[in-house]
Design a protein around this ligand. Structure first.
Ligand code: SF4
Length: 253
């Protein structure tokens, strides 16, 4: 079947372990203020491509990915096209390709049985999920992304229950997501996860600004300067404290 694809990248180095073939899927219901890819938001744009075509493209360069790399789907929000991902990852697993989904988790609806059935199937084909938690506080999450975070946090627990390995990512934006109270709470939340394999804490940068100008879109964070890379160490330490506290409590329970 065909998926709606924004673009393909044959040499991704920040989208999972090793070198990755990266598929950017079109469409995203989130509106993160710092999004680098606002051109992926519309579900109507992009180009339709067969899953088999993408695997063929992967195979043409498979030497790149041989050393611990693989295939990553990102976006946009890849889980909007769950049927397509099932087909793509089925073909990938037939070839022994490592599969990764880079997602915000926003599509997760625990009471939608048909969707959960598909998700269950997809998770059997998925080696790694990279999950962005944008803000742990419900109200601040809405202010930052225009969407609630309850489904995202439920998705995090779903992945744990399914024992799917997860890397959690969090972007620290000065004045918006750098409050240590919330960073600690984030750590405390993810500290309960048995499937947590890595924590990636990234400093906000404003490199997307020219893209917004080119698209004639308003860049909401124009007043916020990029974060000093060195400052991220202290912020990550606060999240790690939260993880430690939760794990200690669970051990003593
Ligand atoms: S979830 Fe990703 S693609 Fe969607 S708006 Fe946020 S940063 Fe952009």
């Amino acid at each position: 079947m065909k998926g709606r694809i924004h673009s393909l990248e044959s040499f991704g180095t920040v989208d999972g372990p090793g070198v990755r073939y990266v598929v950017f899927l079109q469409g995203c219901p989130m509106r993160c203020a710092y999004c680098h890819n606002p051109d992926t938001w519309s579900t109507k744009g992009g180009t339709e491509m067969e899953a088999s075509y993408i695997i063929e493209q992967y195979e043409r360069n498979k030497g790149f990915y041989a050393n611990g790399g693989g295939l990553t789907v990102t976006g946009g929000e890849p889980l909007l096209q769950v049927d397509f991902l099932i087909e793509l990852f089925t073909l990938a697993k037939e070839k022994g390709i490592h599969t990764c989904i880079d997602t915000s988790g926003i599509t997760y609806k625990p009471d939608n049985a048909a969707y959960i059935e598909k998700l269950d199937k997809l998770m059997t084909l998925t080696d790694l999920v990279m999950l962005d938690i944008k803000h742990i506080d419900p109200q601040k999450h809405i202010e930052l992304t225009e969407q609630p975070n309850d489904g995202i946090l439920a998705f995090t627990k779903y992945l744990d229950a399914k024992n799917v390995p997860v890397w959690i990512r969090h972007v620290v934006v000065p004045t918006l997501t750098d409050d240590e109270k919330y960073l600690f709470e984030l750590g405390y939340f993810i500290g309960q996860l048995g499937n947590l394999k890595a924590l990636d804490v990234l400093p906000y940068h404003d490199m997307a600004k020219p893209k917004y100008e080119k698209l004639g879109m308003d860049y909401k964070l124009k007043h916020i300067p990029a974060m000093e890379k060195s400052a991220i160490v202290d912020k990550k330490a606060v999240i790690l404290e939260g993880i430690k506290k939760r794990r200690a409590e669970m051990q003593n329970a």
